[in-house]
Design a binder for this molecule. Structure first.
Ligand code: PLP
Length: 430
């Protein structure tokens, strides 16, 4: 099954060939062996992305903390750990997964507006590297908890730089009206009274303005604001240990159309604005590392010719890949064995009982018939990690591919798995 004709060019992950080989594995053979739908991830595509970023950043004092929420599969996290990559987490569950996968606590940073005290205490007990703090209330809670646990917490203030990431509104996080971070004016007040906290070392800045950014301009704008603030703090005698530049690098959802920021352009923006910073630069890429490294393999259940629309009904649905329903996101949809004949406009839908269960509208596709294999590309990020069992559809399998080999890294849920934890009502009173 192995074939080694892929070149590992930088910064592109291995391309999926016209004849459907991915990381040395024939996707058609894979689909003959495992029931669709399932996700397939290329380990080499992920490694290539990590190494491309590392090369571009060479010479800087930096650390990459992978945003676990993009794809939290244990095997993916283990791959990150093996490459020396840390984790950016947003919940206790992600902390648990990351530690379980072998990512050292000292390489873990904790982001999010709604960390509960329980979650903060668990992260403190685990000894994570730092907290990206998003509100005054959270900062006070951190001081209180660290004091009661007799530990010192390192904290960065998440700056909301009021910069438009020029991306979809639902994945834009750096405008003043978004729930994330605090203004520079508020951060200034935090540093002014940082000396009164005895268990929190406020020694970092953090910024993350949004996701799927395809232009370096908003990144530069945010970095410029953070850099100006760092210099101001330094002049006022506040020593900073780290500046976390967040994630947000975009990927190609539409090949031949989307032109992502290259790691070189990204690194040069970081160098230009933060090159003189003496502390460590943290990066939190999620989508960029895993997005293009994954495909969702699915089959056509049937073609339904409506009065006005031609529907291609797939065996995958919005519960497996939510992005098109949630964000109207484009994903390239490619038949694995294209049939000859003229392309036709189709609505590509899933079987779930929702009009929103639509992967694409009016998409031009070659002729398709029931049983045909189709791949939904760039599904490695925010695919399986956002999936659910809506309509009682068990979570699908995930496979990792690595130079001609494949491994099941999550088996398809059984019905028993799906109802695990549910039970008949046994009434009690409080
Ligand atoms: C989601 C998130 C990321 C990762 O975003 P990507 O667009 O996947 O790179 C990084 N940092 C924070 C704080 C996030 O919430």
């Amino acid at each position: 099954m192995a074939r080694h004709h892929m070149s590992l060019q930088q910064p592109d992950p291995p391309r999926i060939d016209a004849d459907a080989w991915f990381d040395g594995v024939d996707l058609r053979e894979l689909a003959a062996r495992y029931p669709t739908p399932f996700y397939a991830y290329s380990a080499n595509a992920i490694r290539t992305r990590i190494r491309g970023l590392q090369q571009a950043l060479a010479g800087l004092n930096y650390a990459i903390c992978y945003a676990v929420k993009a794809n939290s599969n244990l095997a993916v996290l283990q791959l990150m750990a093996a490459e020396g990559v840390g984790a950016d987490i947003v919940s206790s569950g992600e902390l648990w997964r990351s530690l379980h996968a072998g990512i050292p606590a000292q390489r873990i940073v904790f982001s999010g507006v709604g960390k509960t005290e329980q979650e903060m205490a668990e992260a403190l007990a685990a000894g994570i590297q730092r907290f990206n703090v998003e509100s005054a209330d959270e900062l006070e809670a951190l001081e209180r908890l660290a004091s009661s646990l007799h530990v010192t917490a390192h904290a960065a203030v998440r700056i909301n730089p009021d910069v438009d990431a020029l991306t979809h509104a639902k994945i834009s996080t750096g405008k003043a009206e978004n729930k994330f971070g605090v203004s520079i004016a508020e951060a200034r007040r935090w540093f002014a009274r940082a000396g009164s906290m005895h268990h929190v070392k406020l020694d970092g800045l953090h910024v993350h303005i949004g996701s799927q950014m395809l232009s370096v301009a908003p990144i530069r704008e945010a970095l410029a604001r953070v850099a100006a603030f760092w210099r101001e703090l330094e002049a006022a005698g506040h020593a900073l240990n780290s500046i976390d530049v967040g994630g947000g690098l975009g990927v190609r959802y539409r090949y031949g159309h989307d032109e992502p920021v290259t790691p070189e352009a990204y690194a040069s923006a970081i160098r230009d604005h933060l090159g003189a910073f003496k502390g460590r630069i943290l990066l939190e890429p999620g989508r960029y590392l895993v997005g293009e490294a994954g495909v969702l393999l699915t089959r056509v259940v049937r073609i339904k010719q409506g009065d006005t629309h031609r529907f291609v009904v797939l065996d995958a649905a919005m519960n497996d890949l939510l992005r098109p329903s949630l964000y109207d996101a484009w994903h390239d949809i490619v038949p694995l064995v294209p049939r000859p004949g003229p392309s036709q406009a189709c609505d590509i839908v899933g079987p779930v009982c929702e009009t929103g269960d639509t992967f694409a509208r009016g998409r031009m596709l070659p002729p398709l018939e029931a049983g045909d294999l189709v791949m939904i590309r760039t599904s490695g990020a925010y695919g399986s990690s956002m999936s659910s069992t809506y309509n009682s559809r068990p979570l699908v399998a995930e496979l990792l591919l690595d130079e001609g080999r494949h491994a099941i890294v999550r088996r398809r849920q059984t019905f028993e798995d799906m109802i695990a934890g549910e039970q008949p009502a046994r009434w009690e009173t409080v």
